[in-house]
Design a binder for this molecule. Sequence first.
Ligand code: SF4
Length: 337
Amino acid sequence: MTPFVIPFFIAHQGCPHQCVFCNQHAISGAVPGQVGADQVREEIAQKLAWPRRPGRPVQVAFYGGSFTGLSRRRQEELLAPVAPYLATGQVREIRISTRPDLITPAGVEHLKAWGVRLVELGVQSLDEEVLQKSGRGHTGRDVEEAFALLRAGGLQVGGQLMLGLPGDSRRRALQSARRLAGLRPDLVRLYPTLVMKGSPLATTFAEGLFQPWSLGLCTSVCAAMKDIFDDRQIAVARMGLQSGAALEADLVAGPYHPAFGELVLSRQYYKMVRARLCAARQKQGAGLITLQLAERDRSLFVGQHRGNMARYQRRDLLRHVEVLFVAAQPRFTAQLR
Ligand code: SF4
C-alpha cells in the first residue's frame, strides 16, 4: 500500500551547490529557513487526524535541499519531533533526500539511529559531461559509492533522474536510466528539466545558449526510461514535478505539463498496443482482429487530446480491428483474438 506522506520542504538548506537548473524556492513553494521543530510536531499531529484508509502506513518526508548537508544539530531538530510518533507506530518511517556526495558511513548511522528508512539521491544523470555541464559537482562514481554505503547500512535507496539537462540526449538519458537500474534502486523519480526564474539556466536560456527539450521529446524519452525500470520491476514513483501555482509562476520555459506522468503512461500504452497489433497482423494476416483492453485504460488508449488515436491512424493500425473495453481485463494488458 502506498504510504500516506507528510511532507516538509527544507528548500536549499544544507546544499553547498548551485546546480544550473535549481531554484528550490520555486519548485517547493517553500521559504528557506521556515521549517522548525514545532512546525514538524504540529503538522504531524494535525495530518495524523486526517481520514485515511485503515492500515495505510504513514511516512514523514523531508524534501528539497540536501538533508545530510545540514549540521547534525539541525538534522536532529527536524528528526527529534518525529521520534515519539515512530515509537508509537503512528509514523512508520522517515524519508529524506540529499546529494550523492554527502553520504558518509557516520552519516548513514546517524540517519538510521533517528529512524530514517529511505534516502532519495538526486542523481539527475550518470553521464559525466551532463553532470559537469549542469554544475552538479559530483560524478557517477559518487552515486555508486553512495548506493553502496546506504545499502551496507541497511537503508533503502531511491534515485531521481532528470531529462534534458545541458548536454543531455535521448541516448545519454537512456544510458543513465540503464546504469541507475543496474544499481537496483528501491524507487525512481523522473523529472523533465524546466527553466525556472532565478536559476542559472534562466540566464543561459535568455542568452540563447540553452534550449529545453520539447514536451513531445521529453514524453517519448521518459516513456523509454520507464520501460527500462518496468522491465526490471523497479518502481517509478513519480514522473514530472508536482504542479502548482508557485511552480507555474516561476516557470520560464521547458516541457511542463500538469499531467506529465499521464502523458508518459499514455505513450507507453500506445507502444504496447502497437507492438501487440503488429505481431497479431503478422500472424493473422488481414482478417478482423478483436483487441480487448481494460475499461479503466480507455483514456490511456485514446491519449490526451486523442493523440494516440492520431498515432494509430497515421500507421493505419486500427483497420479491421474491433476494440473492446472490458472491466475484467487487467490494466495495461491487451488480449487479441
Ligand atoms: S544539489 Fe539539490 S538543492 Fe542543491 S543546488 Fe543542486 S538541485 Fe538544488
